[in-house]
Design a protein around this ligand. Structure first.
Ligand code: GDP
Ligand code: IMO
Ligand code: MG
Length: 424
């Protein structure tokens, strides 16, 4: 194995957590490089369920080093809730094997408050997870963010909080009609967590580079999906970080030359949570079938996920942005029982056939999917352990996707458990 990046290919929830967990057995270190606790990655091992939000999904493998990179935004209280839950399940989440970059930005109570107030007021809601992700990344870019390392310097931290609240309290009281926050209180609450958080801090770049120099293998774990990328996704219905593979080096603090492989996680159909265009969305009983068969309810917010047919235009865009060396095709088992499977191979837009999403502001709302229809299968896939076990129509479906994208499906997933995956 070598160093690899794993990203979601669609609108998130493709099964990244499951594949990261599976491949962790082949690496020494797992690094999360963007997003925050807006993510929800469910991993099932021998029937036992683990839900990860900001902690890398490699944590289930004893002894493997896990790093939260500088590109992540971290909510300290929620981080402790998450690791306490993992510890209760018997996992080692000590600072010996879990590290946070000094440069990681912290999600502050005022970020959550702004996220909630904006979404509450907005006519056209984005449908965020309400975790304060966007406002935290805004402060990072505005150069007024609080970084994890600031916990080691209370003077710097206090000044930052006071400055931030000078502006934000005006917003709270004058615009959003919510109570102002007391800087002293915010500072004290955060400092109360500092003794527990500081031992987790590390120079993440150096740790990763040293591991690489020692011949260890490293996995860079992405959250969300390429269509939620702040630049290349369905803006403004996106998250506030870059999701594409190349952000792995920036969000982990290493040079791009260190990464050899890029694995795109592709769900065998499409889902999305929250608002925004979704050309292949199904509003009929087939959509309900995918939701119930696939258990398509958010791991973070519990919201039902919108479901639709596989969209190759979206995946073609992902392919040109990420150039994946292989794909993991997940949730194929969910399609069992559907007579015909539709695959959107292009869009019709303003009388033209388009291979890539239109760039105009409301273009994606107005495209008509061009479908190809493939025959479905009746057989249960959840016990399949190799390519030859798959029914012929299922193999045809996979091969057609590979052909349309020019990327091999090197991993096939036929159930939620770690064991329900095989190489192809
Ligand atoms: P992530 O955010 O990309 O890690 O994905 P989520 O964990 O949010 O959503 C994927 C869901 O599908 C989880 O509940 C997984 O346990 C489940 N899952 C993953 N792979 C498969 C699969 O191949 N088949 C089925 N039926 N479920 C799967
Ligand atoms: P994982 O890693 C699916 C969506 C939200 C909303 C938009 C912006 O589990 O695949 P945010 O809170 O980030 O400002 O919300 O992005 N979103 C996700 N959808 N899976 C995720 O993560 C998501 N993280 C954010 O629903 O539409
Ligand atoms: Mg998820």
């Amino acid at each position: 194995m070598s160093n690899m990046t794993i990203v979601g290919a669609q609108w998130g929830d493709e099964g990244k957590g499951k594949i990261v967990d599976l491949l962790t057995s082949e690496v020494d270190m797992v690094v999360r490089f963007q997003g925050g606790n807006n993510a929800g990655h469910t991993v099932i091992v021998d029937g036992k369920k683990y839900v990860l939000h900001v902690v890398p999904s490699g944590i289930l493998h004893p002894g493997k080093m896990c790093i939260i990179g500088n590109g992540v935004v971290l909510d300290p209280a929620s981080f402790f809730e998450e690791i306490d839950a993992l510890a209760a399940l018997g996992l080692d989440v000590s600072p010996e094997r879990l590290k946070i970059s000094y440069k990681t930005h912290l999600i502050m109570p005022y970020h959550r408050a702004i996220d909630g107030a904006r979404e509450g007021k907005a006519k056209a809601k984005i449908g965020t997870t309400g975790r304060g992700i966007g406002p935290c990344y805004e402060d990072k870019k505005s150069r007024v963010g609080v970084r994890a390392g600031d916990l080691t310097d209370p003077e710097v931290l206090k000044a930052k909080i006071e400055k931030a609240l000078e502006e934000k309290n005006v917003l709270f009281t004058q615009l959003y009609g919510v109570p102002a926050l007391d800087p002293e209180q915010v500072f004290n609450d955060l400092m109360a967590l500092a003794p527990r958080l500081v031992p987790y801090l590390a120079d993440a770049s150096s740790l990763i580079m040293e591991a690489n120099a020692a011949g260890q293998n490293i996995m860079f774990e992405g959250a969300q999906g390429v269509m939620l990328d702040i630049d290349h996704g369905t803006y403004p219905f996106v998250t506030s970080s870059n999701v594409v593979c190349d952000n792995a080096s920036i969000g982990a603090g290493v040079n791009a030359g260190l990464i050899d492989e890029r694995i795109a996680i592709v769900k065998a159909y499409t889902t999305r949570v929250g608002a925004g265009p979704f050309p292949t969305e199904l509003f009929d009983e087939t959509g309900d079938f995918l939701r119930s068969q696939g258990g398509e309810f958010g791991a973070t917010t519990g919201r039902p996920r919108r479901c639709g047919w596989l969209d190759i235009v979206v995946l073609r865009e992902m392919t040109r942005l990420c150039d994946p060396t292989t794909m993991a095709l997940t949730k194929l088992d969910v399609l069992t029982g559907l007579k015909d499977l539709k695959v959107c191979v292009a869009y019709e837009y303003e009388g033209k056939i388009m291979q890539y999403p239109p760039q105009t502001p409301r273009g994606l709302d107005n495209v008509k999917p061009v479908f190809e229809v493939l025959p479905g299968w009746e057989e249960d896939l959840t016990g399949c352990t190799c390519w030859d076990d798959l029914p012929e129509n299922c193999r045809r479906y996979v091969e057609r996707i590979e052909e349309l994208l020019g990327v091999k499906a090197g991993f096939i997933s036929v159930g939620p458990d770690r064991n329900q995956t095989f190489k192809h």
